[in-house]
Design a protein around this ligand. Structure first.
Ligand code: CA
Length: 681
């Protein structure tokens, strides 16, 4: 009886006006039946209201990745540092804010910033997973904690962090974690919605055999696909950091798993092997967590090709019959259609440029790899990049057009190897085991392109004009339109069938997150979180980013018909040129010290601060005030700014190493200034 009620509520119970789950319904289509805003009316779309009160306790801007949730006149969403907001959906007035007080020091445990992709809502409770690993149930009326549990198995030897949104699955709430870049063993856990008691846990890769027997038959089976000499000390990876979809019809949970650690299979699992269940979709029994089937998108992954990207459930007529399918466009560049009852591969087609494989063989389900894929002996230029042909920005499925709208990323990378002996477990450090760079030449585009893919005919119906890299997630509606933001600050409405631009609003804020829509008091609204950040920090704001012209303040922008223009944020402040400090008195740093400083910067700092000439959300280390330089060691080593999110590196860097980093920065800036002045004269 209860199961029936759950199915009913999942499939028929979502009112057209509502957006109560991450992808709106359990199918996670990112689609709405609302039609007030449509091709004939959208011209007057403008701002209804905005909410911009995101900064807590002096912590700096990190960007917004969350998909908001709407129910009963209230919007619920999370921002950086896993802070939860409940605002009036008509006016934007803040009802309550919940700050989980994530330890600033924990910022060093994540690969890709302290972002959060959303909350879950169920029967008067809001669920959020914090960056530092706690799952918290809040009273939806006032944001008070109902319960709080620690979801991490290990807070010391593994670099876990959480950026994903919890999902509701029957009696349970699901959460995974991230950290595969830095040394983590992936898993997903189900907790009882009422009490927070753990219901089940599924590890995605086998653990260190020295630490105990395999947890279940799925782990025993997976172990056969790993070398005995695998780098168990680094956890293996496979972290489930984004997509977890509940299927009430089949009582299954589909979880997308991440890349391995270290990245190259020859380092991670010497001798090779598929390394299950990396870069896979695993179907688990929603009640017990037992593995029902799995499909691995990238066997023996060496390219950071996670399969964590958003999964959408649909019923599609393929050939003579309707198939119950799931769809995913993981990083590796192929769009997959699987029978969700059995895991049978129905189709796999490239949705972007792919050079690591020619195609996917449907009979075996395996990619047919090219010689270009192997970078074990020489660097290779490979499409897609580590960022993938599609990342976490949600794609949308419109059952009326039958099209899937994919925010694709068009970028290759040069992949090279780090010697296996150099890959050590270092808390807070990158343990990827490879080095990559974005090629400066021979790249036709470096962009985000919204593409409309027909999963039945395997045809690209249309693609939008290219925008700057790292653009926004998609929303489609029954009115035949598609919404998507972009890094350049535009928010665009497309005709769902033709891709024609129907309306474009310049917001001045880079947009990564996916929009939602809801209706209250007879008015349809479209809400999108704005502010750019996350993994893009490592390379700086891409050319054309709004954040290069305007302050990158986080905002929730809410639109309606007959709305007003969106106020742009303040122009990005021009920093006065600071004088460079004289370090170490008369001792000029040796080339060896500067080289050491550069290498340490790359290993420990660059994931957030990026190298010179790549502005992002973080303080510009190449133009620090003298007072900050004077406090450099106090900040980097002693953690003077840990509370605002700059962790102490005392556990990883000796004071002399911190000084080498500082000397590298100062010398690098000095030579750049000398070069510039030579050019100017
Ligand atoms: Ca990754």
């Amino acid at each position: 009886m209860l199961a029936f009620a759950v199915v009913k509520s999942a499939l028929g119970g979502v009112e057209a006006a509502d957006w109560p789950l991450n992808g709106r319904t359990h199918r996670e289509e990112h689609f709405s039946p609302l039609t007030q805003i449509g091709p004939r009316t959208v011209e007057s779309l403008g701002l209804a209201w905005q909410f911009d009160d995101f900064v807590v306790r002096g912590r700096t801007h990190r960007g917004n990745e969350a998909t908001a949730i709407y129910a009963d006149g209230v919007l619920y969403f999370s921002g950086p540092w896993s802070v939860v907001y409940a605002v009036d959906a008509r006016t934007g007035r803040l009802r309550w804010r919940y700050d989980p007080h994530v330890a600033g020091q924990w910022a060093g445990r994540g690969c890709c910033d302290v972002v959060s992709r959303g909350v879950a809502l169920w029967h008067g409770r809001v669920y959020v997973a914090t960056f530092d690993g706690f799952l918290v149930a809040l009273d939806a009326r006032d944001g008070r904690e109902a319960w709080r549990v620690d979801t991490f198995t290990d807070r010391v030897a593994m670099n876990y962090s959480i950026t994903g949104a919890p999902r509701i699955a029957g009696h349970n709430v699901l959460i995974g974690n991230g950290g595969a870049e830095m040394g983590a063993r992936g898993y997903v856990t189900a907790f009882d919605l009422e009490t927070g008691r753990m219901a089940w846990r599924f590890f995605t890769v086998p653990g260190d055999p020295a630490k105990g027997p395999d947890e279940n038959s799925a782990m025993m089976f997976a172990r056969g696909t790993w070398s005995k000499d695998s780098r168990w000390d680094l956890g293996g990876g496979g972290t489930a950091w984004d997509s977890m979809v509940y299927d009430p019809e089949l009582n299954l949970v589909y979880v997308g798993t991440g890349n391995g650690c270290p990245h190259p299979v020859w380092t991670r699992s010497p001798g090779g092997g598929d390394n299950l269940y990396l870069s896979s979709i695993v179907a688990l029994d929603a009640g017990t967590g037992a593995l029902r089937w799995h499909y691995q998108t990238t066997p023996g992954d060496s390219w950071d090709y996670t399969a964590t990207q958003n999964i959408i459930l649909a019923d599609l007529k393929i050939g003579p019959r309707v198939r119950h399918v799931l769809m995913q466009a993981p990083k590796n560049g192929f769009f997959y259609l699987l029978d969700r009852a059995t895991g049978e591969l129905l189709s796999a087609d490239a949705y972007t440029r792919v050079t690591w494989a020619d195609r996917v063989d449907l009979a075996s389900g395996r990619p047919v790899m090219t010689s270009q894929a192997d970078f074990s002996t020489e660097p290779k230029l490979i499409w897609p990049s580590q960022a993938g042909g599609h990342n976490w920005m949600p794609m949308s499925f419109n059952p009326a057009t039958g099209l899937v709208y994919i925010p694709t990323l068009e970028m290759p990378m040069n992949f090279a190897v780090t010697p296996a002996s150099d890959v050590k477990f270092r808390p807070g450090a990158n343990n990827e085991g490879d080095s990559v760079d974005v090629p400066a030449q021979a790249v036709p585009q470096l962009a985000t392109v919204l593409k409309a893919w027909d999963p039945v005919t395997h045809r690209m119906a249309w693609q939008a004009a290219a925008g700057p890299f790292w653009g926004g997630g998609a929303l489609s509606t029954a009115a035949g339109i598609v919404f998507a933001g972009a890094a350049d600050g535009s928010f665009t409405v497309y005709d769902a069938r033709s891709g024609r631009v129907l309306k474009r609003i310049e917001t001045g804020s880079g947009i990564m997150a996916a929009p939602i829509t809801y209706q209250v008091d007879g008015t349809q609204y479209v809400a999108v979180l704005a502010g750019i950040g996350g993994a893009i920090s490592a390379v700086g704001y891409p050319p054309g980013s709004a954040a290069l012209s305007y302050e990158n303040t986080e905002r929730l922008l809410v639109f309606k018909l007959h709305g007003r223009p969106v106020p742009h944020p303040a122009p990005r402040a021009q920093e006065p040129l600071e004088p460079l400090p004289v370090l170490g008195g008369d001792d000029v740093p040796t080339p060896a010290v500067l080289a050491q400083g550069r290498a340490l910067f790359g290993a420990w700092c660059a994931a957030c601060h990026a190298f010179r000439g790549a502005p992002n959300a973080y303080p510009n280390l190449w133009n620090l005030p003298l007072a900050t330089h004077a406090a450099f060691e106090t900040i980097v080593h002693d953690g003077a700014l840990a509370e605002v999110g700059m962790p102490s590196f005392a556990g990883s860097l000796a004071p002399a190493e911190v000084r080498a980093i500082q000397q590298f920065i100062v010398a690098d800036e000095a030579s750049s200034r000398a070069e510039q002045s030579a050019t100017n004269h």
